[in-house]
Design a binder for this molecule. Structure first.
Ligand SMILES: [Zn+2]
Length: 97
């Protein structure tokens, strides 16, 4: 059987083009299925939409400064932006490479 996971995800996105919340609900369902490739494709799309792959909430980000004591010259602070879900507080940024 041909793998159609990308086509399924694209079909959902196209069909619910004007209603992102419905598309997110469909992607959450797909992401929960046992088909790993389909779940991965749906999860990837949710992250591209800046939605939590667990609950579908809009992801938020915050920037904080990381101190680098090994650096000789100031500034020793590096701004780092983290992405997180305000509902489940799962950090999704960078987990899927
Ligand atoms: Zn969440």
């Amino acid at each position: 059987m041909t793998d159609m996971h990308d086509e399924v995800v694209e079909a959902v996105l196209g069909y619910y083009d004007s209603n992102q919340d419905l598309a997110v609900d469909c992607l959450l369902y797909l992401a929960s299925l046992k088909d790993m490739r389909l779940a991965y494709a749906a999860t990837r799309e949710l992250e591209a939409m800046e939605r939590c792959p667990e609950c579908g909430s809009k992801l938020e980000s915050y920037t904080h400064l990381v101190y680098h004591p090994e650096v000789d010259e100031p500034p020793r602070y590096e701004p780092v932006t983290e992405v997180y879900c305000p509902r489940c507080d799962i950090r999704t940024g960078g987990n899927y490479v």
